[in-house]
Ligand binder design. Structure first.
Ligand SMILES: NC(=O)c1ccc[n+]([C@@H]2O[C@H](COP(=O)([O-])OP(=O)(O)OC[C@H]3O[C@@H](n4cnc5c(N)ncnc54)[C@H](OP(=O)(O)O)[C@@H]3O)[C@@H](O)[C@H]2O)c1
Length: 310
């Protein structure tokens, strides 16, 4: 039996409730993990809101895509993306449903060793945001000598995109509210406030080779197409409605995206272990306060990852 946060209906954060759930027996290739921290993501809210479909047959629906914890049981030969797994290993788990829980069952292939220098709370926020950022940079071919404009650079995905772009040798111009500029400077980016006159402020800093939209506003999309000559070097993870009209890429886990994101996991873990990417944890809530955590996340201005602990 494990306590798991489920959506009991489709709606706002108030639909989230803690229930006792019977976990099935492990089958070959699976591991059981005691959760120490569960990462929250804006996508979780899109799932329970009904935006991604509202089939009543899926209720009650377990929530949570990534956790960090300790391996409690393994099946023979279980091997994760960083190597063989044994009981007691401190790990990061992704590609699950129901991570807001005391325990989760995962496919071993989705489990990797947690770098020792990361807390469980940090580790729970590394991979989904980091792999999404990796996908954005790969798709837009950002590398040494490029200048990349990142919209929404102070969010969970944005902070990872900034650090990864800098690690890949790019110059980064990063939009965020002024209170977040010092952190972006610390990571090597040139921060700029979003809002009226954004394109002119960016032009004053320099020309731009590629742009990543992590917020989906008209301002972010229009500024990107105004400043980047080659539209194959603009990608969005949030501006789904206008991407087709603008001729820019929309990136999700579909159409091979998940394979790119999964392949990034060992690299992310290694970069984190080397201290070349950090995870900023803003707030930690107990599992029973999942709804409160989501109300905070939905302000759209969290100052890093929002994490739940059992
Ligand atoms: N397609 C995919 O595969 C995928 C994967 C992951 C995430 N996403 C989506 O990507 C978005 C970002 O995710 P996240 O986890 O990074 O969210 P998050 O941590 O909640 O960050 C939101 C950020 O947006 C910034 N922001 C708010 N209004 C803005 C504006 N008008 N212009 C520029 N920035 C603004 C905020 O910055 P300030 O606080 O500085 O104002 C905040 O740092 C979400 O919509 C999420 O659903 C999509």
């Amino acid at each position: 039996m494990t306590r798991t946060v489920v959506a009991e209906a489709y709606g706002g954060p108030e639909v989230l409730a803690l229930q006792d759930i019977e976990l099935p027996e492990l089958v070959e290739g699976q591991v059981l993990v005691d959760v120490r921290a569960a990462g929250t993501n804006p996508f979780d809210a899109k799932v329970y809101s009904g935006e991604m479909g509202d089939d009543p047959a899926r209720l009650p629906m377990p929530i949570g895509l990534e956790v960090a914890g300790v391996v409690a049981a393994v099946t023979p030969g279980a091997t994760g993306y960083t190597g063989p797994l044994t009981v007691g290993d401190e790990v990061i788990v992704t590609n699950i449903n129901g991570g807001y829980a005391d325990q989760v069952i995962a496919n071993a292939a989705d489990v990797g060793r947690k770098p020792e220098n990361l807390s469980f709370e940090q580790a729970a926020g590394l991979v989904l945001a980091g792999a999404t950022a990796w996908h954005l940079l790969t798709n837009t071919r950002v590398g040494t000598g490029d200048t990349v404009l990142i919209h929404g650079a102070s969010g969970g995905v944005g902070l990872m995109a900034v650090q990864l772009a800098v690690a890949h040798g790019a110059t980064v111009i990063a939009t965020a509210s002024p209170a977040r500029h010092d952190q972006l400077r610390k990571y090597g980016a040139e921060p700029v406030a979003y809002g009226d006159g954004l394109a002119d402020r960016v032009r004053a800093i320099g020309s731009v080779d590629a742009a990543l939209d992590l917020v989906g506003t008209d301002e972010a999309l229009d500024t990107s197409v105004e400043l980047v000559a080659d539209r194959s070097r603009i990608a969005t993870i949030a501006g789904f409605a206008r991407a087709g009209e603008l001729g820019i890429a929309v990136l999700t886990g579909a159409e091979g995206g998940q394979a790119i994101r999964d392949a990034a996991r060992p690299e992310l873990v290694e970069l984190a272990a080397q201290g070349r990417v950090e995870v900023t944890v803003d707030r930690v809530f107990p599992l029973v306060e999942a709804a409160e955590a989501h109300r905070y996340l939905q302000t759209g201005h969290a100052r890093g990852k929002v994490v739940l602990v059992p």
